[in-house]
Design a protein around this ligand. Sequence first.
Ligand code: FAD
Length: 506
Amino acid sequence: MKITRNLSEAAAREYDLVIVGGGIYGAMLAYEASRRGLLALLLEQNDFGGATSFNSMKTIHGGLRHLQNLNLNLYFQFVKERQWFLNTFPGFVKPLPVLMPLYGTGLRRPSILRLALQLDKLLAGKWNNGVSAKRRLPFGEIVSAQRVKEIFPRVNPRGLKGGAVWYDACVPDLQRLLIEIVRGACSMGATALNYMKAVNILRENNRVTGVTARDETHKSFEFHSNIVVNAGGPWARKNAALFDQDFPWLFRSSLAWNVLFDRPALSEYALAAVSQEAGAQVYFLHPWKGRLLVGTGHALRSEVLENPQPTSGELAAFIEDLNRAIPGLNLERKEVLHVFSGFLPVKQERSVRLSKSEVVIDHSKHNGPQGLFSISGVKLTTARLVAEKLLTQIFPAHSSSLSSTHLFTNAQSNEYSYSGIFDYAWLPEEHDSGWREQMLRIIEEEVVCHLDDLVLRRTSIGDNPVRSLQIAPMLGTLFEWDEQRYRQEISRLKNHFQWLKPDPPD
Ligand SMILES: Cc1cc2nc3c(=O)[nH]c(=O)nc-3n(C[C@H](O)[C@H](O)[C@H](O)COP(=O)(O)OP(=O)(O)OC[C@H]3O[C@@H](n4cnc5c(N)ncnc54)[C@H](O)[C@@H]3O)c2cc1C
């Protein structure tokens, strides 16, 4: 089923709910609403999944951290959602082994980690139910110092006591998974419009009746519904203020980023590495498609901007600290291929202590209009669950009947055989029409409005920034653009790869 864009038809319908924001939370809301037989409209001001969701570390967490804090409620939510992702998208989601070298200090002692892993095994015993044997997650364990050195030869051997190994999951092509979710929602009747910004709500007698929205040409549209869910991610607070009133606790923002380096991954395992200095930060080194993706940098930012980025100084300090955590790594600024950055909600203004759970606001409970809800989430891992909980609150009589696995039959097929997924070194061949046909189908079926939609969010071409810019002129010819538009589109894509040095390393 295609994602179609017929604006006058979309404006003529009456919806059960309008969702503002097409990140992972909005996409999951559209999908879960459609599963309940509700007619949903999803509005995204830019492209689907292009903001925070695009910049995530692509990890589906198993909640081990919440177990360490004995927050069993949150822990079980993460375990359950990890299982949902593994079951529903076996082709997109794969197990991710994680190694944490242990030096016997503080909470990172083998005895403490052993206890946590044993508890995890006991409590999450059913987590593998229904997961195919190939993607079943093994239980975590404590391994010897010798084994740590085998997994991670560059580990600092001084004082090494052993390591903790556990299993999370990851979605290397999260952008494709998000589009599959939007397609899934559309196949059940939802309408999804990208490049459509909700600018206000419509109301009658303090009851929501819809939203007004504008497309890229500033043309206005009205969309009608008695329920509006503001799922604008970091912009949810701004929307809430515009639609009704400000709720500071909806999203107090901080900046977070991950860096993709032009280096092979250091191990097949993800590594949770930390220097032995007191209070040092733990770095997560994700072997993303065999490359080195490292996070997470944090900085104070209270203003939510369109395209958040760390400063050059913040990035330099991040690299320096990372090099301290892993002696001999010697990463350099010129090896930076891309910085994935976005806003995360924090507990208090001017702090980087991250919020632990979602915020849901029913505006009518605060003298606001009936039918207006605002949400903000903390992890993509729990986006589906938050959608489920909110829809049960708003539409208690509608339960879902369709199974997710039945819906995403496409996603059940072989790993990486999906359209749009190319390996890191892939280059199009002039005389091979196969790739052209594939791209033209994506353009036609998945509302590709700009070149960067195709490169970054419908395919995996953007994984390799150097290759993306190299083949952008060829990809531009797939569209029927005049010379001026063609140039604009190429420069839009170049802007995205602003961290790439003019002469990237070979
Ligand atoms: C660096 C980093 C790493 C992370 N790593 C992980 C990870 O590994 N695992 C994990 O589980 N979580 C991770 N997270 C958290 C996760 O990415 C977020 O919780 C999640 O992506 C938030 O999704 P969202 O839909 O709420 O926000 P977004 O993805 O930002 O989507 C909100 C959308 O709403 C749109 N919008 C806003 N206002 C309007 C409007 N008025 N009209 C139309 N559209 C509008 C925006 O354009 C945007 O696309 C990470 C976050 C960061 C920043």
